[in-house]
Design a protein around this ligand. Structure first.
Ligand SMILES: Cc1ncc(COP(=O)(O)O)c(C=O)c1O
Length: 381
């Protein structure tokens, strides 16, 4: 069998419709901000794409602010909502303890450089945020809170978070959610969820790299990170990436990801791993999860060693977030769920996508016991 890719949460192949739409747009001349015929032609195609994307997200076209990545959307949301709140005398930032580094790091940057007080909301052993903890803070310090940011689904475990409940509890305090992993994997509507802001990224849904979006309620104004030509409601200056946006919209409109099919594949994989590897722990097993992510702790191993052993079998998976791979640290997500340093460094994430097959899973399962045995032996020696 040729190489197997089980790292779709890091990035996933572009769907053909997005590839075609994007590559044909690459040849089109014109800056969408120009008023002449060339510019207007590109602007028209771009605005059609914005409308199509808005339909998929359940927001107004004017609520989409295109960015270069999910990371940029997260930075813009957190810093922007914090600064907007600080102008009204609020300096408290609440985030969950399992956020992606694209929220964790800007939050801590705000604490170091911008006088923010950051409180991390803990999670239970299944990786779900503690609403009682949140409620307690809100009961005494609601007036001080500039922004609450909790991800829609965790990128390491796939565990879904109770965002609707958080919006209810927050009663009017701005709530941002990082929906980079969940968009197009499970039903998601910006307006139904009721959040103030939501981050998305095209390359996680079969679109191109280099394009993301912050969905921001029409009535909300935030300061900008990038100043210049005043594009995107003057919140995100820079010539719009028309080919990327068109590819993003095409991927969002595509029906290539079948959640039921991927869930079946995931569940069969989980059952087989539990049968084959005594002691294996499926992280977040009892919580609602995304269809495509399985995070397994294999006690007595080292994640990095397992990753290399899998790679030597031509299987690509991950130790957790692709953005932190290569950094030899225990996963902050697994630590927050109650793992020790040791077990938090003994885990692999397998993430399935639209192109994953039963045959691929069977092949991975056929080599897994040997990989784990070799991983355990390497850990002892
Ligand atoms: C939950 C989450 N948020 C944000 C990001 C960053 O997105 P991007 O790769 O578009 O910068 C990722 C990427 O792995 C992610 O999983």
């Amino acid at each position: 069998m040729s190489s197997i890719y089980l790292d779709h949460a890091a990035t996933t192949p572009m769907v053909e419709s997005a590839l075609i739409a994007m590559t044909s747009q690459l040849a089109q001349l014109g800056n969408p901000s120009s008023l002449h015929t060339h510019g207007r032609a590109v602007r028209k195609i771009l605005e059609d794409a914005r409308e199509a994307l808005a339909t998929e997200i359940g927001c107004l076209p004017s609520e989409i602010i295109f960015t270069a990545s999910g990371t940029e959307a997260n930075n813009l949301a957190l810093k922007g909502l914090y600064w907007a709140g600080r102008d009204k005398g609020k300096n408290l930032v609440l985030i969950s303890s399992i956020e992606h580094h694209a929220i964790l790091d800007p939050a801590h940057w705000l604490a170091t450089h911008e006088n923010a007080e950051v409180i991390e909301i803990p999670v239970d052993k299944n990786g779900v945020v503690d609403l009682v903890f949140l409620q307690k803070i809100l009961s005494t310090r609601a007036d001080e809170i500039a922004v609450i940011s909790v991800m829609h689904a965790n990128n390491e475990t796939g565990v879904l978070q109770p965002i609707s409940e958080i919006v209810k509890i927050a009663s009017g305090i701005p709530v941002h959610t990082d929906a980079v992993q969940s968009f197009k994997k499970i039903p998601l509507s910006f307006s139904d969820l009721g959040v103030t802001a939501m981050s998305l990224s095209a390359h996680k849904i079969g679109g191109p790299l280099g394009i993301g979006a912050l969905i921001l309620k029409r009535t909300v104004e935030i300061p900008s990170l990038l100043h210049g030509g005043g594009q995107e409601r003057e919140i995100r200056s820079g010539t719009l990436n028309a080919p990327g946006i068109i590819g993003f919209a095409a991927a969002a409109a595509s029906k290539h990801f079948d959640g039921d099919l991927v869930t079946t594949l995931r569940d069969q994989f989980v059952t087989a791993v539990q049968d084959l590897i005594p002691g294996a722990v499926i992280n977040g097993l009892e919580a609602d999860r995304l269809p495509g992510i399985v995070n397994v702790t294999f006690p007595g191993t080292q994640s990095d060693t397992l990753l290399l052993l899998m790679d030597s079998q031509e299987i690509s998976c991950s130790t957790g977030s692709a953005c932190t791979a290569g950094v030899h640290e225990a996963s902050h997500v697994l630590l927050a769920m109650g793992h020790s340093d040791k077990t938090a460094q003994s885990s692999l994430r397998f993430s399935f996508g639209a192109t994953s097959t039963k045959g691929e899973c069977e092949h991975v399962l056929s080599v897994l016991p040997d990989v784990i045995a070799r991983g355990r032996a390497a850990n002892i020696s």
